[in-house]
Design a protein. Structure first.
Length: 177
């Protein structure tokens, strides 16, 4: 990236806060007696996870995994592997995966498949954002923050080439041709 790309706000800090509170209320309703394991996907989910769990006033555990997709930088090509694995037993746990964005769905479906083989008591997905226009494999999102148009987004943990994760709002990038 040479010159700075133009960023336009898609979801403000306030809109994100409202969405996080709504998701937390839904999750609390379903999990407050289930001692869930919230499993964040690094790095993109770190800010969302931090805000979400502060709204959850019941017992839970937090874990992170880091995945890498190889073959493409901005897009996964379906070849995904776990590069920083689970240190918590998943079997018989109620696992809630926390994702930043579901785009083609390849990364998420790989992870859900990987976790499903470990025999959790239940396995659900909470995604901050969803870009359904880009989907290549079906993914069922149980708790969704925002549906986004077919644009590249950054901010609130989500990066472009490791930049812009610190932004408090979600922007889309105007890419010049
Ligand atoms: P998928 O496997 O295509 O669903 O992509 C998942 C991953 O691709 C996300 O976790 C992001 O790391 C990255 N990604 C997809 N779309 C965007 C975007 O608009 N902005 C930043 N990263 C993205």
């Amino acid at each position: 990236m040479g010159s700075q790309p133009e960023l336009r706000i898609l979801f403000s800090q306030e809109e994100i806060e409202t969405a996080v509170k709504r998701l937390a209320a839904e999750i609390k309703g379903d999990y407050q007696d289930k001692y869930p394991l919230l499993l964040g996907i690094l790095k993109g989910s770190f800010m969302f996870m931090a805000d979400l769990i502060r709204q959850l006033d019941f017992p839970l555990e937090v874990e992170f995994v880091r995945l890498s997709s190889y073959g493409g930088k901005k897009e996964s090509l379906g070849r995904v592997k776990v590069v920083q694995g689970l240190h918590t037993e998943v079997e018989d746990r109620n696992v809630l995966v926390i994702e930043d964005i579901v785009d083609t769905g390849l990364t998420t479906s790989f992870l859900l498949d990987y976790l499903g083989k470990k025999k959790p008591a239940s396995l659900k997905l909470c995604a901050l954002t969803d870009k359904p226009s880009r989907r290549q494999v079906p993914v069922n999102i149980d708790y969704l923050g925002f549906t986004v148009p077919n644009k590249f987004i950054v901010g609130y943990g989500i990066d472009w080439d490791e930049k812009f994760r610190h932004l408090p709002h979600i922007c889309f990038v105007e890419i010049e041709d």
